[in-house]
Design a protein around this ligand. Structure first.
Ligand SMILES: CC(=O)CC(=O)SCCNC(=O)CCNC(=O)[C@H](O)C(C)(C)COP(=O)(O)OP(=O)(O)OC[C@H]1O[C@@H](n2cnc3c(N)ncnc32)[C@H](O)[C@@H]1OP(=O)(O)O
Ligand SMILES: NC(=O)C1=CN([C@@H]2O[C@H](COP(=O)(O)OP(=O)(O)OC[C@H]3O[C@@H](n4cnc5c(N)ncnc54)[C@H](OP(=O)(O)O)[C@@H]3O)[C@@H](O)[C@H]2O)C=CC1
Length: 291
């Protein structure tokens, strides 16, 4: 069956980016969240980001209007159940994701494919709690979704070939490129990226460099578009810590232990850009390092 309707659960920075690219590619999108303000902010963000593409001549005004008209929002999770494809993009916590899939089960169509945008959590374990582990896989977009070319596709132990092929076809229709990963903690991108970010936080914690010198070193010395601390703030420090914990627990190797300074920032509620404060303070005109 052709996929035409897509349900996106969680309207944070990833959920809004995912809704954006699917709507522009011609899919009907229903976006849901537990938080009404998150839904309102998501629509405003999508509008702004597509307008940016219009102003750069990448998208026409007609395409923008058609894409915006394809997105609806709801606070009722059950309403996304009948979609052909569901992408869960809620907070990086296994209990949250399990509860979402459990609540969705009675409302699904028999053919509905379930996916998670998780950065690190076991696809096989999430799938095993549903009635369709063969129609379940990891569908991992990169941030910012409208800009980044890669989508990591993760095969759970039970994912069948038809589901796998269908998601590859969806990635092609989005104009993006798929990378295949087996289901081990944090898959490929975050298995490599997050220990680097964590090491940057240790470098700060041990006083080897300041926020500014660490970020400048990787930007000018290794040609990274963002420094690792700037990138951590961009991803969300809660998400970075959650991924490190999955690596640490799942691979049982002390080389993945999260830096205590990262934990401290998260405990303070300084989660990066989304809360206006992290390794930088974003409340003024320009970001100011907090250490
Ligand atoms: C944690 C996980 O599970 C996995 C992850 O996602 S890890 C994080 C992966 N992401 C990264 O590593 C991002 C690293 N940073 C970058 O690549 C760049 O800094 C960046 C692309 C985010 C911004 O690039 P920049 O050159 O500083 O900014 P800017 O010039 O404003 O933007 C570049 C282009 O993207 C567009 N853009 C930026 N954000 C956008 C958005 N949200 N929506 C639409 N377009 C956007 C801009 O309009 C611009 O388009 P043109 O090329 O047509 O001019
Ligand atoms: N940030 C990144 O760079 C990337 C993140 N990811 C992954 O994407 C997912 C989302 O991350 P991100 O968008 O950054 O996180 P955000 O914190 O920006 O957004 C998460 C959203 O999910 C909402 N939410 C929480 N519980 C539920 C629920 N039960 N039902 C519906 N919505 C819920 C939150 O609401 P509230 O705020 O009220 O709790 C919030 O609006 C995570 O799994 C993350 O690991 C993947 C790639 C990159």
């Amino acid at each position: 069956m052709e996929i035409s309707s897509v349900g996106v659960v969680g309207a944070g920075q990833m959920g809004n980016g995912i809704a954006h690219v699917f709507a522009l590619a011609g899919y009907d999108v229903i976006l849901t969240d537990v938080n009404e303000a998150a839904l309102r902010n998501a629509i405003a963000t999508i509008e702004r980001n597509i307008e940016r593409q219009v102003s750069r001549g990448k998208v026409s005004a007609e395409e923008k209007a058609a894409a915006m008209a394809r997105i609806t929002t709801t606070l009722t999770l059950a309403e996304v159940g009948p979609c052909d494809l569901i992408i869960e993009a809620a907070t990086e916590r296994e209990t949250v994701k399990q509860a979402i899939f459990e609540d969705l089960l009675p409302h699904l169509k028999p053919h509905t494919i379930l996916t998670s945008n998780t950065s690190s959590i076991s696809i096989t374990r999430l799938a095993s709690r549903t009635d369709r582990p063969e129609k379940f896989m990891g569908f991992h977009f990169m941030n910012p979704v409208p800009v980044m070319q890669l989508v990591e596709l993760i095969r759970g132990i039970a994912t069948d070939q038809d589901t796998w092929d269908k998601m590859h076809a969806v990635v092609r229709k989005l104009g993006k490129t798929a990378a295949s990963a087996e289901d081990f903690p944090a898959f490929i991108v975050n298995r490599i990226l997050m220990p680097m970010i964590n090491e940057a936080v240790y470098t700060l914690y041990e006083g080897v460099g300041s926020v500014q010198s660490i970020d400048q070193s990787l930007k000018l010395g290794a040609n990274h578009p963002m420094g690792p601390l700037e990138l951590a703030d961009f991803i969300g420090l809660d998400t970075c810590l959650a991924i490190m914990n999955v690596l640490h627990d799942g691979l049982a190797d002390t080389k993945y232990r999260p830096c205590p300074l990262l934990t401290k920032y998260v405990e303070a509620g300084w989660l990066g850009r989304k809360t206006q404060r992290g390794f930088y303070d974003y409340r003024g005109d320009v970001p100011v390092p907090t250490r």
